[in-house]
Design a protein around this ligand. Structure first.
Ligand SMILES: Cc1cc2nc3c(=O)[nH]c(=O)nc-3n(C[C@H](O)[C@H](O)[C@H](O)COP(=O)(O)OP(=O)(O)OC[C@H]3O[C@@H](n4cnc5c(N)ncnc54)[C@H](O)[C@@H]3O)c2cc1C
Length: 418
C-alpha cells in the first residue's frame, strides 16, 4: 500500500457513513487514513429538509462525537407520545396509549433533527479531524492479496485499502458487486413526508394515528421565529399511504390535498399549511444475507431497510457505525488487520440479532395495524389499552425506542469516546 497507515474507504456519505468516518478518525487520528467518497458531497447539505427522530442512544453517540452541540439548538425534544387507532371517517380518535418521554433525568427518549443540519455538522467535523472527502462515487473494487483496490468514478487508478465500507444506501450497487444476497419484500405503501406549519404549539408531543392505510405520524419540530417576531409552530409528518392512492394525492390541487391532510392531522393544533412540498418514498423491507464479504462491510441502509413505523432506520445505521468503529479501533490498537476476517466476523455477530429483531418488529407492527379487520382491531386495541395501564412495560418500551435496552451496546452509544 502507498500509505504508511492503513486505509479505510467509505462509499456513501449519508448520515451512517459520515458518522463512521468521524468516529474512526477521532479514535485513531493519524493511525488510520479514512477516505469518504460520495458524489453528493458536491451538494449543499442544508438543502435536505427531511427530519428524523434521533433516539437517546444515538444522541449520546453524537455527543461523544462532539457534533451534537452544533445541532442541539435546532433539535426538538420529544416530550411525550400519543397513539390512537381509528378509521379515517371516525369523528374522534380515542387515545389508546400515551408515553411520557424521559429516559433519565431531563433526557428525552428522542429528538427531531433536520437531516441537512446534521449532515452539515458531520461534514465539518470530518474535515476538521482530517477525513479525506472525495466527491466521487465508488464504481467497483478488486480484491488483492491482503488488500482491496477501490475504483472511483472518473479515475483510472485505484485506491488501495484494508477495508471498503459500503454505506451506499438501500439500492447499494457495492452490495450486489460483492455477491451479497438481499432478502426483501415491498409494503405496497409509500411514506409521504412534509413539514407542516400550524397555529398552536405542539408542546413537544409526537402523535401516531394508526389508520387502515398505514400509520400517520405527527412529529414535533423546533418552532421558528420569523423576522417580524411571530413564532411559526412546525411539525414533520410521515403519512403512510397505499401506493395506489399516492399519485392522485400528490397531483391533487393544493386545497384538496390540504383537505385530505386535515382529515388525518386533525384540528387540535389549529389551522395547518404545507411548509414543504410533500415527497413520497416507496416503502419496503430488506436485509442483507450477510453484512460482510472479503474486505467489505455493509453499513446503514445498504445492510437493512425497515418500515418507518417506529422511526428506527437511521438509528440502526448509527448503531452499525458505532459497532464497526469500535471493532476496527480495537483491532488496530491490537495491531490487527482492520479488514481481516476476524474483525468482520465480530461486526457481523454484533449487529445480526439487533437488526433482525428490529426488522421483524417493525414489519409485524405494520401488518398488525395497517388493516381494518374487526377482530384484529379489537385485539390490538385491547393490547394497547392493557399496555397503557402497565407503567413498567411502558418504561421498557420507551427505553427500547430510545435504543437503551441492548446489553452489549457499543461504547459510543453509551456516550463514551472510543
Ligand atoms: C418516510 C421515511 C421516514 C423515516 N424516518 C426516520 C426516522 O424518523 N428516524 C430514523 O432513524 N430513520 C428514519 N428513516 C430511515 C432513514 O431515512 C434511513 O435509514 C437513513 O437515511 C439511511 O442512511 P444511510 O446513511 O444508510 O443511507 P443514505 O442516506 O441513503 O445515504 C447513502 C449515500 O450513498 C451515496 N452513494 C450511493 N451510491 C454510491 C456509490 N457507488 N459510491 C459512493 N457513494 C454512493 C448516496 O449519494 C448517499 O449520499 C425514514 C425513512 C423513510 C423512508
Amino acid at each position: 500500500m502507498s500509505t504508511t497507515s492503513p486505509r479505510i474507504v467509505i462509499a456513501g456519505g449519508g448520515l451512517a457513513g459520515l458518522s463512521l468516518a468521524l468516529a474512526l478518525k477521532q479514535a485513531l487520528g493519524s493511525g488510520l487514513d479514512v477516505v469518504m467518497c460520495d458524489p453528493a458531497l458536491k451538494r449543499d447539505p442544508h438543502g435536505d429538509k427531511r427530519a428524523y427522530a434521533i433516539a437517546a442512544a444515538a444522541r449520546r453517540m453524537l455527543e461523544a462525537l462532539r457534533v451534537w452541540d452544533q445541532v442541539a439548538g435546532s433539535a426538538q425534544p420529544m416530550l411525550d407520545m400519543v397513539i390512537t387507532d381509528s378509521r379515517l371517517q371516525d369523528p374522534v380518535r380515542p387515545t389508546f396509549l400515551t408515553f411520557s418521554g424521559d429516559v433519565g433525568e431531563g433526557e428525552p427518549f428522542a429528538h427531531m433533527v433536520t437531516a441537512g443540519d446534521l449532515t452539515a455538522a458531520l461534514i465539518e467535523a470530518c474535515k476538521a479531524e482530517g477525513v479525506t472527502l472525495r466527491p466521487e462515487g465508488v464504481r467497483g473494487f478488486a480484491i488483492q492479496p491482503a488488500r482491496i483496490d477501490v475504483l472511483l468514478t472518473g479515475a483510472q487508478d485505484s485506491l488501495p485499502a484494508a477495508l471498503l465500507v459500503a454505506a451506499d444506501g438501500a439500492r447499494s450497487t457495492l452490495r450486489e458487486q460483492a455477491g451479497i444476497g438481499w432478502i426483501s419484500w415491498p409494503y405496497r405503501q409509500s411514506g409521504i413526508v412534509a413539514t407542516i406549519s400550524h397555529e398552536r404549539d405542539h408542546e413537544g408531543r409526537a402523535v401516531e394515528h394508526f389508520l387502515p392505510s398505514g400509520p400517520f405520524a405527527i412529529l414535533p419540530l423546533k418552532a421558528e421565529t420569523l423576522p417580524d417576531g411571530t413564532v411559526r409552530h412546525r411539525s414533520s409528518i410521515v403519512w403512510t399511504e397505499r401506493n395506489d392512492n399516492v399519485p392522485a394525492l400528490l397531483e391533487a390541487l393544493p386545497d384538496d390535498l390540504l383537505a385530505e391532510l386535515e382529515k388525518r392531522f386533525g384540528l387540535q393544533l389549529g389551522r395547518i399549511a404545507f411548509e414543504t412540498k410533500p415527497q413520497a418514498f416507496p416503502l419496503s423491507f430488506g436485509v442483507a444475507r450477510r453484512f460482510t464479504a472479503e474486505r467489505i462491510a455493509l453499513l446503514g441502509d445498504a445492510a437493512h431497510v425497515i418500515h418507518p413505523i417506529a422511526g428506527q432506520g437511521l438509528n440502526l445505521g448509527l448503531h452499525d457505525a458505532a459497532s464497526l468503529a469500535e471493532v476496527v479501533a480495537d483491532a488496530l490498537r491490537l495491531g490487527m488487520d482492520p479488514g481481516g476476517a476476524d474483525v468482520l466476523d465480530t461486526y457481523e455477530r454484533a449487529r445480526r440479532a439487533d437488526i433482525t429483531a428490529m426488522g421483524l418488529m417493525t414489519d409485524g407492527l405494520n401488518r398488525l395495524f395497517s388493516n381494518d379487520i374487526l377482530p384484529v382491531r379489537l385485539v390490538r386495541d385491547l393490547g394497547l389499552g392493557l399496555v397503557d395501564r402497565m407503567p413498567g412495560l411502558k418504561r421498557f418500551f420507551i427505553r427500547e425506542a430510545a435504543g437503551l435496552t441492548g446489553r452489549a451496546a457499543p461504547r459510543l452509544l453509551k456516550g463514551e469516546a472510543l
